[in-house]
Design a protein around this ligand. Structure first.
Ligand code: TMP
Length: 396
């Protein structure tokens, strides 16, 4: 049974940026009702109304992993670890985006799967074999017929975007070798609840996983988690190392039990923790609105930094528009010059560290706070203030 615990209202598709022409012509945006529920049996948390993959991941998809040094470093560190520990002869990435992970491997040893054709083109041009397809059984069959055995599959921030998780794991089991390893990483439900980062939920993030849910879900595919790592990326993620239950090469690391205990102690097993999260989210909205509206009333200029899907979700939920936040700064070329979905806030090109662009800056990319604060130390030194809603709405 799926029990609803949170309602974030009507939301636009979080990565559907509008052009100037769309704004002039008052183009109708697609909205959907963002509600979140818990599967009480396997503890999987998901959004309740999903959008088709074809609509979300098309040939205009704007997200590029390489825009963040943090992500680049995370991928590089992991690839070194993989080479040292697992020594795969041949590996594959599901959701290879612009190649930030696969570029750390020799071209003949790796290939990518990336359904957004505009993004897949980037790695194809770099010379990496990339299937511009959605991950499903028909692709798995095609890959198996063409390739040697796959020792390792990696997928970051992708499996949680695919509605049919049964098809995901069935297809993985179809291609991975008997003693192959699957490494997946996605935002952690425990961190999301602790940080009250409700903006982890939006149309692309169909699931926010916990170890509890992953463990329960993969059992039927004779898969098990043998190690888990906490990551700072994307606001607090978990990296799961998964193997077949018949593979005795790796022992179950004690970190698995520790993480499971932490999730249970927090209450992810019981519905009351979910209702508490809902209350926290509603408080967070009230406080953030108060901060932004008061600053605006006092004629303080507010801009945004990092035009993320998360920011779109928060601003739509809190009914904050371009009258309150004048524009967003962002480095991603495919977002620059466009307007954020829902709030219609303009995205301006970020060219250099800020000096006195604004009195206050709303941190859309709060998950890169460390990297951004380092870059913007001059702005901070001169008295510039940031506003964040994580873990609590406040001015920094
Ligand atoms: P993400 O949170 O979905 O990974 O998106 C991060 C967004 O923030 C992406 O559009 C790039 C932008 N960004 C900046 O503009 N400047 C920065 O310094 C960082 C770290 C990110």
């Amino acid at each position: 049974m799926i029990k609803k615990f949170l309602d974030l209202g009507k939301q636009p598709l979080a990565n559907k940026y509008l052009t100037k022409n769309d704004i002039i012509k008052k183009k109708r945006e697609d909205f959907y009702h963002l509600e979140i529920g818990l599967n009480t049996k396997n503890k999987l948390v998901s959004i309740l109304n999903t959008i088709s993959s074809k609509k979300m991941f098309d040939n205009k998809y704007p997200y590029r992993a390489s825009m963040s040094k943090t992500m680049q470093k995370s991928f590089k560190d992991l690839s070194l670890k993989i080479k040292k520990k697992f020594k795969p002869n041949f590996l594959m990435e599901i959701g290879s985006n612009d190649g930030s992970f696969i570029k750390n491997f020799e071209k003949k040893k790796v290939f990518g799967v990336e359904p957004c054709k505009n993004v897949a083109k980037i790695t194809q041009k770099m010379g990496y074999k990339t299937f511009a397809n959605y991950w499903d059984m028909s692709l798995a069959k095609k890959i198996k017929s063409k390739n040697k055995k796959i020792d390792l599959i990696y997928s970051a921030n992708t499996l949680s975007h695919i509605k049919d998780l049964n098809s995901v794991f069935r297809s993985i089991c179809h291609v991975i070798s008997k003693d192959g390893i699957l490494i997946i990483e996605d935002p952690s439900l425990l961190e999301c609840f602790k940080k009250i980062s409700y903006d982890q939920f939006y149309n692309e993030h169909i699931y926010v996983f916990s170890l509890l849910a992953i463990k329960n879900f993969i059992k039927k595919y004779n898969l098990e988690v043998f190690n888990v790592e906490k990551l700072n990326t994307h606001g607090g993620s978990l990296r799961y190392y998964i193997k077949r239950t018949t593979n005795n090469r790796f022992k179950i690391n004690r970190k698995v039990k520790i993480q499971l205990n932490q999730e249970k102690i927090f209450g992810l097993n019981s519905f009351s923790a979910y209702l508490k999260f809902k209350k926290n989210v509603e408080k967070s909205r009230k406080k953030l609105k108060e901060i932004l509206i008061n600053l605006n009333k006092n004629n303080k200029k507010i801009i945004g930094y990092g035009s993320t899907a998360k920011a779109s979700t928060v601003l739509t939920y809190c009914s904050i528009n371009n009258k309150i936040i004048k524009y967003f700064l962002d480095t991603t070329p495919s977002k620059v010059g466009k307007y954020m979905p829902g709030s219609h806030i303009y995205v301006k090109r970020y060219t250099k560290p800020m000096t006195n662009e604004s009195d206050y800056v709303f941190l859309g990319a709060w998950n890169f706070k460390k990297e951004i604060f380092k870059k913007e130390r001059r702005f901070i030194k001169r008295g510039g203030k940031f506003i964040t809603h994580v873990p609590k709405p406040r001015i920094i």
